[in-house]
Ligand binder design. Structure first.
Ligand SMILES: [Zn+2]
Length: 256
């Protein structure tokens, strides 16, 4: 990258699975890393400011950036091999002081006999019901492409999908009651589950809960790429620059 862009490289965003404060990988279960000062190492090689960003956060930024002037809270939920969330406010990430916002996968939302064992050792976590492995079976992997996921979804047990939708809806309803988001966006491989799953989530969130507003739920825009989100975050961090939706789409690698 440094060789290709030389002095024209303004900033770089590095997306990764795990929590980060932008400079240090605080914890990544997938990479088996803890407290790794990765940004500094990249900067030495690239000679430009580097921002580390959680992959779900990058997706959320790209998604919010598809609007000309994003306003209000937007709740983004990534459903894949794991479940993660990110909240943006006016298009910018709204992280907590410990950089752990959005780690909702292992919050318990299923109780009693329906609660299944989770890989974290607890029971009834959101992931134990709504991660794609739980809904589509153990054959699911994050490495699958869209057509493979669609094929798996077509033969999936509908009851498992409904159970996942119910568990997800519980989390969505509660977070929405708290934030009053403009919308809830489901992203990641789950966007290949098709209209039936989305309808179930909508049905489960559409009951009247006194005092709350009805929040629209939709799938993520396939043109909003994670890579563009990471680049956007780095640009904002280094230069305070924000792309318009057209520039954001142009920065996305072409869809395979
Ligand atoms: Zn768990």
């Amino acid at each position: 990258m440094a060789a290709e862009f030389g002095g024209r490289l303004l900033a770089a965003g590095v997306q990764l699975p795990g929590t980060t404060d932008g400079r240090v990988v605080l914890e990544s279960v997938q990479l088996k890393w803890q407290d790794v000062p990765l940004a500094e190492r990249f900067e030495r090689v690239l000679g430009a400011p580097v921002l580390l960003i959680n992959d779900v956060d990058a997706e959320a930024i790209a998604e919010a950036g598809m609007e000309e002037s994003p306003s209000g809270y937007r709740l983004f939920i990534h459903l894949g091999g794991g479940v993660g969330a990110a909240v943006t406010l006016d298009g910018e990430l709204a992280p907590g002081p410990r950089d752990r916002a959005g780690e909702i996968g292992h919050v318990q939302v299923v109780f009693g006999e329906a609660a299944r064992a989770c890989r974290c050792g607890q029971r009834g976590c959101l992931e134990s019901a709504a991660a794609l492995g739980a809904m589509l079976g153990e054959e699911f992997s994050d490495a699958m492409d869209a057509s493979e996921i669609r094929a798996l979804a077509a033969q999936a047990d509908e009851e498992q999908l409904d159970e996942g939708a119910r568990a997800l809806a519980r989390a969505v309803k509660l977070i929405s009651a708290l934030l009053d988001p403009i919308e809830v966006v489901i992203g990641g491989p789950a966007t290949e589950l098709g209209p039936r799953f989305l309808d179930r989530v909508r049905e489960e969130t559409e009951y009247p809960a006194r005092g709350t507003a009805q929040v629209p739920v939709r799938y993520a825009d396939p043109r909003a790429s994670l890579a563009a989100g990471a680049a956007q975050a780095a640009l904002t961090g280094a230069l305070g620059v924000r792309w318009n939706p057209e520039q954001l789409r142009a920065a996305s690698p072409a869809n395979p």
